[in-house]
Unconditional design. Structure first.
Length: 219
């Protein structure tokens, strides 16, 4: 899973000479919280809601609304932008992007290769990727299992699902503190839940839940 497959490719950006007032209007119009700053086709900075708020006059100041607007229309993005921007390659693993966001406490990474901006990946893109990977919003059956961390578990489950003529769409597994492995399987098709649970437990696996899932609109 590469960053390029989940990033936002249509990038809204500003130049260093854009005024803070104009950048604010763009962010409000596009419902954005960050804007890459590009000059001569190269990434030179990043501006966010926080950097703009920090650069804006305080509401408690003695400045009039006209003086405030004057300052915002005079101040350039180059004066307030973040210059040391954390970036990620479009060919990096999605997990690497998440790691960098956590390490640097940021919610956005410009996707850059050879000084050229190919896109941008945000925490919202990551959330969407998680839902897609987990199979959320697909019609079918969600099976939640708990098993020992041992060889052949998935083979047992797969054989059962094939026998029930259920098509596996997604599998997500994680190890719990107990050492047990939690397995979430999203399948396409339908069957009797009680019969499916009985077949799974007969193989020594613990069924936490079997639920019918409904298709949801694109997110």
């Amino acid at each position: 899973m590469a960053v390029k497959d989940y990033m936002t490719k249509k990038v809204v950006y500003v130049s260093p000479d854009t005024t803070v007032a104009h950048a604010t209007d763009i962010m409000r119009e596009k419902s954005l919280r960050r804007l890459p700053v590009i000059e001569n086709d190269k990434l030179v900075g990043l501006v966010t809601e926080n950097t703009i708020n920090e650069a804006s006059p305080s509401k408690a100041s003695s400045l009039s609304i006209y003086e405030m607007n004057y300052l915002l229309n005079k101040t350039k993005i180059r004066d307030v932008m973040i210059r040391d921007v954390v970036t990620v390659s479009p060919y990096a693993e999605l997990e690497e992007a998440v790691y960098e966001m956590i390490q640097h406490n940021v919610g956005v990474l410009p996707v850059v290769e050879g000084d050229q901006v190919y896109g941008i990946i945000t925490d919202k893109d990551i959330f969407k990727a998680f839902l897609e990977i987990a199979g959320f919003g697909q019609a079918g059956i969600r099976i939640s299992l708990l098993s020992d961390d041992s060889i052949g578990v998935l083979e047992k489950v797969t054989d059962i699902l094939v026998a029930q003529e259920l098509n596996i769409k997604r599998i997500v597994a994680s190890t719990r503190k107990s050492g047990k492995v939690a397995i979430e399987i999203q399948v396409e098709g339908s069957c009797d839940h009680a019969t499916l649970q009985q077949a799974i437990t007969a193989q020594g696996l613990e069924v936490e839940a079997i639920t019918t899932t409904q298709a949801k609109a694109d997110f």
